[in-house]
Design a protein around this ligand. Structure first.
Ligand SMILES: NC(=O)c1ccc[n+]([C@@H]2O[C@H](COP(=O)([O-])OP(=O)(O)OC[C@H]3O[C@@H](n4cnc5c(N)ncnc54)[C@H](OP(=O)(O)O)[C@@H]3O)[C@@H](O)[C@H]2O)c1
Length: 307
């Protein structure tokens, strides 16, 4: 599986692909761009209508004639996720949902649902969004859900299977690692449940290595640019691969001929950079009992039993 290139992406004409977290300069932007360039109807999903407009303009400048839709969704707010799913209904069948949006290590914040913001944004929001969009994924006849995890999943001491509304000491980096482990547990459990239910939906995961996006600045300063945020942004970019290259594992997972449960990441040293290939998650991510516990907890937390 080494040596995958952008040229390996087949023509995407006739396919609808929703990508969350498409703000300019991030992985979602480049994921959306390359899919739109190849003919997909791409749904740009994000929490700011202005940022969606900016990404739409940037993609149309690079790939004129692209077919783009926009969907406002704040993944940290379950009522916003429910409203977005209603707004997405007229889109019809969805061939690929890319759960890309995420935040990393911000200060403690509780969401309107009483959840810690990283767990809400990185796991519970995407869990609910995927569940609500399931009928549209099934309607595709051959759908995929691709969720963006991280090498940081290896740092989690345990899977976050405790009551998510309980007060706990907040340690921002371990919590980020737990959310990224949750992304993998979710992916593998979704794939198994879809298979058991006979649904034409595969779940795969990807990670971008270390890529020069706004992730660090957003987490530390609550914004991707301006003052110290721009300085941190520039420092990250100086030592990482480009955000464009960081989108390649997601693009491979979304379009290559791969079975469910495949995890894709960069092939370079420490999986920090390089062309994408199939990679192996840590064993805990493959533990079916932990996967089941997180799934049931997530169903209870978001108030939706599925599939
Ligand atoms: N960059 C890396 O090296 C790296 C490494 C491992 C994993 N990842 C993962 O890659 C994914 C993409 O991150 P990135 O590096 O591209 O960072 P980024 O540039 O900060 O992009 C994150 C995207 O998520 C969106 N987002 C944040 N909170 C949201 C919410 N509540 N509702 C909806 N959208 C929200 C952001 O929108 P706003 O602009 O509105 O904030 C932005 O579009 C994340 O899941 C991250 O964990 C990145």
């Amino acid at each position: 599986m080494t040596g995958w290139r952008l040229d390996d992406i087949p023509d995407q004409t006739g396919r609808t692909i929703a990508v969350t977290g498409t703000t300019e300069g991030g992985l979602g932007h480049y994921t959306a761009l390359e899919l739109a360039r190849r003919g997909a109807r791409v749904v740009l999903a994000g929490r700011s209508a202005d940022k969606l407009d900016a990404t739409e303009a940037a993609i149309l400048a690079e790939a004129p004639g692209s077919t783009l839709e926009k969907l406002v969704v704040d993944l940290s707010d379950l009522s916003s996720v429910r409203a977005a799913a209603v707004a997405a209904a007229p889109l019809g069948a969805i061939d690929v949902l890319v759960n890309n949006a995420g935040i990393m290590a911000p200060p403690l914040r509780r969401t309107p649902d009483g959840l810690e913001s990283q767990m809400a944004t990185n796991h519970f929001g995407p869990f609910l969004l995927t569940g609500l969009l399931l009928p549209q994924l099934v309607a595709s006849g051959d759908a995929r859900v691709v969720t963006v995890s991280s090498q940081m999943h290896r740092m989690a001491r345990q899977a976050p299977t405790w009551d998510p509304r309980a007060e706990r000491p907040y340690r921002r980096w371990p919590v980020y690692a737990e959310t990224k482990l949750a992304n993998l547990l979710f992916t593998f459990e979704l794939d198994r449940r879809a298979r058991q239910a006979g649904l034409p939906v595969r779940a795969l995961a990807a990670h971008p290595g270390f890529s020069g996006t706004h992730l660090a600045a957003n987490g530390q300063f609550g914004r991707g640019s301006g003052g110290v945020a721009s300085i941190l942004d520039a420092a990250v970019k100086a030592v990482s691969q480009s955000a464009h290259a960081g989108a390649w594992p997601t693009l491979m997972a979304a379009t290559d001929d791969l079975p469910g449960e495949t995890y894709v990441g960069p092939s370079g040293l420490g999986q920090l950079s390089g062309t994408p290939q199939v990679v192996t998650p840590r064993a805990l991510a493959r533990n079916p009992e932990v996967q089941r516990r997180l799934w049931e907890l997530s169903e209870e937390t978001v108030g939706l039993r599925w599939p």
